[in-house]
Write a protein that binds this ligand. Structure first.
Ligand code: GLY
Ligand code: MN
Length: 438
């Protein structure tokens, strides 16, 4: 880890020097952030989530920490050592970052100002009050865009972190698969079991765990967990990750308890169909293609699946061309993944108007990391206009109504592009199956 980290920091230093020169800057202060209040009317604070720009360099979540980056100098890491008898910053999980920087210990966060060099200096971070107190321009748009571009292709160190974040999340997914098939049927209990299996506190997860039983699987981001048992629950959709030194995993699995009846057989066919088409999409990743063309292919695949299960009564082509598949798969096929679950740099260009929620419009390149997460859902708010519109006759509504209590299915893996026609699937090497029935 530490030799890969050394190379990562050396590459960042070189890239930052190029960006500083291009933007006429002598230095940049990369600020890690400060604690934020939950509400201005309260005296409670959220745990700090360090800014991604800072975590790109340093795996630390300490209020007030900052890094000064200058051409020709080792980056200078400023940390506050003042004793706080109310709260302490979390201990670093590892000290592998220590040798990469010159270190300065400060008595208070504002003492950092004295270590900011003279000249043209920009501030990058979300603590705008600190930027103003230090008299620095915060987040010039062109600079931030250039720094975001550095996060599109991952270094070997970053891929190690993303793999480790997958390993941690895989333990949680496996624990919940077993619990569900063993009879667990409370969303809140499943959520708590995931935190326990992954050894994460809730604020440390990359995004709020999505734990959905049955109809709740039709809410794409279901985080309002039902308390108590949902007896006889048939579907579990679990979309949950973990972090490693700020880097995120984002994994979805869908499991179904097969009731042996025709409807659960049809839902099982949908889950198995999404599993198969997700794998075909992963195998279809090609350097030089637009990610959006993979998203288009996902709609072709979903159209074919809906036709084969009988949800649509028209051809797959007609289901896509008429927009019917959009009601069953409303979100994008995936997104860039890194220090943010929805990472920056791959959605600079807007998607086509018929793909409004697609978060990756880049040409695929080696070194990118993104998710592939197709799904099929029975979402009331989208099915109602379809049922009342000109395409109503293209759908078997009796089957849709029978399947709606199962909610939906999504299967999601994290992929690294490793060559012109090859990917490393960080998720499948740990969780070989994406979903299915027992
Ligand atoms: N895992 C949640 C999302 O990708 O939006
Ligand atoms: Mn995702």
């Amino acid at each position: 880890m530490s030799s890969a980290y050394g190379a990562h920091v050396a590459a960042l230093q070189a890239s930052y020097e190029t960006v500083l020169a291009a933007h006429g800057l002598d230095a940049v202060v990369v600020h890690g952030g400060s604690a934020r209040k939950r509400s201005d009317f309260d005296d409670q604070w959220w745990p700090l989530r360090a800014t991604p720009h800072f975590q790109h360099w340093v795996p630390l979540s300490e209020p007030g920490a900052a890094l000064v980056v200058r051409a020709g100098h080792r980056p200078k890491l400023l940390r506050t050592t003042a004793v706080d008898f109310w709260e302490q910053a979390p201990e670093p999980r590892s000290m592998h970052f220590v040798e990469a920087f010159d270190h300065v210990s400060l008595g208070s966060p504002d003492a950092a100002r004295a270590h900011v060099p003279q000249g043209r200096v920009a501030f990058v971070g979300d603590d705008l009050d600190t930027a103003a107190r230090w008299g620095l321009t915060a987040n010039p748009a062109a600079l931030v865009a250039a720094l975001d571009a550095l996060r599109v292709r991952k270094t070997a160190y970053e891929i190690d972190c993303l793999a480790e974040a997958n390993r941690a999340a895989a333990a949680g997914h496996e624990a919940l698969r077993r619990a569900f098939f063993g009879g667990a049927d409370s969303e809140l209990e499943l959520h708590l079991a995931y935190l326990s299996a992954t050894q994460q506190d809730d604020p440390e997860t990359p995004y709020k765990n999505i734990v959905a039983l049955d109809r709740h699987a039709a809410t794409l981001h279901h985080v309002a967990y039902a308390r108590g048992s949902k007896e006889g629950a048939r579907t579990l959709l679990l979309d949950a990750g973990a972090t490693c030194f700020g880097y995120c995993s984002d994994i979805t699995r869908t499991w179904v308890r097969d009731g042996g009846d025709a409807t659960s057989g049809a839902f099982r066919a949908l889950v198995e169909g999404v599993e198969a088409l997700q794998q075909r999409l992963c195998a279809a990743v090609r350097v030089g293609d637009l990610y959006e063309s993979l998203h288009d292919r996902a709609h072709d695949e979903v159209g074919a699946l809906l036709a084969s299960v009988g949800v649509v009564t028209c051809s797959a082509q007609e289901a896509v061309a008429s927009g019917v598949t959009r009601a069953f798969l409303p979100h994008g096929l995936g997104h860039s993944l890194g220090l943010q679950t929805h990472d920056v740099g791959c959605a600079v260009v807007k998607p086509r108007s018929d793909n409004p929620f697609l978060r990756n419009t880049r040409v695929i390149e080696e070194g990118q990391v993104f998710t592939i997460e197709p799904g099929v859902y029975f979402i009331d708010a989208l099915l109602r206009p379809l049922r009342e519109g000109p395409s109503a006759g293209r759908v078997d509504w009796r089957l849709v109504d029978a399947l709606a209590p199962f909610g939906g299915v999504r299967i999601e893996d994290d992929l690294v592009v490793t060559g012109p026609r090859s990917v490393r699937n960080l998720t499948r090497e740990l969780l070989p199956v994406g979903g299915g029935a027992s």
